[in-house]
Design a protein around this ligand. Sequence first.
Ligand SMILES: [Zn+2]
Length: 321
Amino acid sequence: MTSLAVDFGGTRIKLGVVQNGIVTASKTMPAESVQSLASRLEDVAVALEKLCAELRLPLHTCGGIGFSYPSIIDRRSARILDHFGKFGDASSLDLRAWAKQRLGLPLAIENDARMALIGEWRYGAGRGCDNCVIITLGTGIGVATVIEGHVLRGVHGQAGILGGHITMHINGSPCVCGNVGCVEKLASTSVIAQLAQQHEQFKTSALAREFVVDYAAVFRWAEQGDACAIALRDQSLNVWSALAVNVIHLFDPELVIFGGGVMGSAKFILPAVQNHVAQHAHTPWGKVKIAASQLGDQAALLACEWLIQEDLKKARQDEQT
Ligand SMILES: [Zn+2]
């Protein structure tokens, strides 16, 4: 089977062609999420047509198109339920109708953290493990869960994916989701520069001379003994470790996979989380494995093919009943 795959990230959109579990071609384009999604979708369609032409792949031979999208998704209607300030028209679009009209293909769409987990579960770090959770550390924090071989979705599609919006600090600052003290507000790329500037030792920190204060800079300067960077690093590691304990207590996984752009600093993150979980998670049956994602950006693209196949399977079952 051949599928088209589109991964909508915070800053870029990744497009790919997936053939039987292998990404055979891909390209990236800027997300430009201040635009309308309707206009960006046309750019996506043109780019996919070009990619297929380069591969001499007629569109009609594809089994479908899959979207990985950073939102809560209604899988039955293939609609995006919220937009958190990006692509403001997203929830008004009938994506299934768009894919049919524009590309002549069926469309399957799922939340981005779930897609990262599906990719890792079927093809990467979670292969062979039917009880696993992913925590993606990036602009925001994504969580998704597979329990007993089933992707956990829930009645409104939000089960298991709001880990970034679990309350970590009951008197914390307000979050875009409406809650206060969310995990994302305490340790994510979206807040790290602001947290650095608020730190009392920021002015004398090497971070103050960085053009961009991101986690790569925080981990680099913490290793050099910079007090502000050490404080930010340690707070973030504590928050992510506490989140890992929370998801272990909630979902009973055998494996917690850490992914996302911040995992460029995996050599600092994984041992800290592993130590914390070994000390604090209540798992009398044994130890939960903590591992890094293996597929990076490819996970969501590969998951598109799996999702299209799942939809086709369901459609066949519905026809028979
Ligand atoms: Zn929140």
